[in-house]
Ligand binder design. Structure first.
Ligand code: HEC
Length: 160
C-alpha cells in the first residue's frame, strides 16, 4: 500500500517539480544581441566615437580589475563574461545580460556603441547607466570596455 502511494503520489510530484525547474529555472535568453541599442537618430554619431585607451596587457588588466571589482559589471555579466553573474541568475534577469564571449556581438558593435550603453543604460532592460556620481568615471568605462573586447579570444583559447 505504502509503495503504491510512493509511485502514485510522490512520483508525479517529483516529475512536476522537475518540469517547473526545466521551464522556469533555465535562465532567460538574450534579446537579439546583434540589434543596435543606440537610438537610430544618434547611431551614426555614436558609432564614430573611438576608444582612447590602447589595448595593452597593463590596460586590459586594469579593466579586468574594474570589471570584477568596483565597477560591479561581473555581478550581472559574470566573471567569465557569459551573462551568468549572481545577480542575473538570482533575479532571473530577462533579457539576460550580454554574453561578451560571442565574437559576432563584438563585430556588430563599434566601441562608441558600447560606450553609449555604459553611459546611458539599455532602456527596457536591467542594464543600468554605470557612469557618473558614485559610479565609475567615463575614463574607467573605457578601460572596462578594453577588457570586455578581449573575452572572445580568451574564450576561444580556453576551449578544448
Ligand atoms: C544589474 C545588472 C547589470 C550590471 C550591473 C551591468 N550590466 Fe551590462 N547589461 C545588463 C543586461 C541585462 C544587458 C542586456 C541589455 C540588452 O539586451 O539590451 C547588458 C548589456 C550590456 C552591454 C551590451 C550593450 C549592447 O550594445 O548590446 C554592454 C556593453 C554592457 N552591458 C556593459 C556593462 C558594463 C561595462 C558594466 C559595468 C560597468 C555593466 N554592463 C553592468 C545588465 C547589467
Amino acid at each position: 500500500m505504502r509503495n503504491r502511494c510512493l509511485v502514485k503520489c510522490v512520483l508525479p510530484l517529483v516529475l512536476l517539480s522537475l518540469l517547473i525547474v526545466g521551464v522556469f529555472g533555465s535562465g532567460a535568453a538574450e534579446q537579439d544581441p546583434l540589434r543596435p541599442r543606440v537610438p537610430p537618430e544618434l547611431l551614426e554619431e555614436v558609432k564614430a566615437i573611438t576608444n582612447p585607451i590602447s589595448s595593452t596587457p597593463k590596460n586590459i588588466q586594469f579593466g579586468k580589475e574594474l570589471f570584477e571589482g568596483v565597477a560591479i559589471c561581473s555581478q550581472c555579466h559574470g566573471v567569465g563574461g557569459k551573462g551568468d553573474g549572481a545577480v542575473a541568475v538570482n533575479r532571473g534577469l530577462d533579457p539576460s545580460p550580454r554574453d561578451f564571449t560571442n565574437p559576432e556581438f563584438h563585430t556588430a558593435r563599434t566601441d562608441g556603441e558600447l560606450f553609449w550603453v555604459v553611459n546611458n543604460g539599455s532602456p527596457g532592460t536591467a542594464m543600468p547607466k554605470m557612469t557618473g556620481l558614485g559610479m565609475i568615471t567615463e575614463e574607467q568605462a573605457w578601460y572596462v570596455l578594453t577588457y570586455i573586447r578581449t573575452f572572445p579570444q580568451r574564450a576561444a583559447e580556453a576551449a578544448p
